[in-house]
Ligand binder design. Structure first.
Ligand SMILES: Cc1ncc(COP(=O)(O)O)c(C=O)c1O
Length: 215
């Protein structure tokens, strides 16, 4: 989200005395612009619970480590529940995270550069095979429209998986307005993305042929 959007949300939060829970796990994976945390907007620090983790920036999904920062009274209340319902994050993960913070940022920059190339590859590729697609400014997902196919998101995803072994997420998983879209993740190699694009293209071509054949 851009600073201007966050400022509007901050205004509403202040007017109605709301707390903000801000999941910024993709903060490091931002393209073309610099990430802004809502906690950095004047007046927001004291009403924001900031969440982040190591899964995305440091590709440490399996290490199961995240963190929260916020007003002392909230963190104390979170701890009260957390420490008696969980044990703790494994020490192995905590040591790995410490090394990531101390020595990992140059690799993050390398990875963001690689993700940026994949982003271009997948957006251009999807547009070329006829799936209109917004170019994302963060994370590693694209959300092309499949509306012209006449299939629902779920039909599209299931058929694509069965016929071409390409896994994408039906847009309706993100709410009613996601219907007619699919979510594709580009946390895969460029070669795999190219292969997936070829398969989706084949899937679409076959559909057009099928449709022509039934006319
Ligand atoms: C917005 C968002 N927050 C948090 C997570 C979870 O990350 P973790 O693997 O650290 O549980 C994800 C993972 O996909 C995510 O997309």
């Amino acid at each position: 989200m851009e600073r201007a959007d966050l400022e509007e949300i901050a205004q509403i939060a202040t007017t109605y005395n709301l707390l903000i829970i801000s999941d910024e796990v993709y903060s490091e994976l931002t393209y073309e612009t610099k990430h802004v945390s809502i906690a950095a907007i004047p007046g927001m620090l004291e009403r924001t619970i900031f969440l982040n983790g190591f899964s995305k920036a440091f590709a440490m999904t399996g290490w199961r480590l995240g963190f929260a920062a916020g007003p002392r009274v909230i963190i104390d209340a979170m701890l009260k529940i957390h420490q008696y319902t969980m044990l703790c994050a494994s020490s192995l993960s905590q040591w790995a995270a410490l090394t990531a913070l101390q020595e990992g940022f140059e690799f993050v920059a390398e990875m963001v550069n690689e993700y940026n190339q994949r982003r271009k590859l997948i957006v251009d590729g999807l547009r070329q095979i006829g799936l209109p697609c917004f170019k994302p400014k963060g994370a590693f997902y694209v959300f092309p429209s499949i509306q012209h196919t006449g299939m629902t998101s779920e039909e599209f995803c299931e058929q694509l998986l069965l016929e071409e072994k390409v896994a994408v997420v039906p847009g309706n998983a993100f709410g009613a307005s996601g219907e007619g879209y699919i979510r594709c993740c580009y946390a895969a190699s460029q070669a795999e993305i190219e292969e997936a694009l070829e398969r989706i293209d084949r899937f679409l071509r076959r559909r057009q042929l099928n449709r022509a054949a039934t006319l």
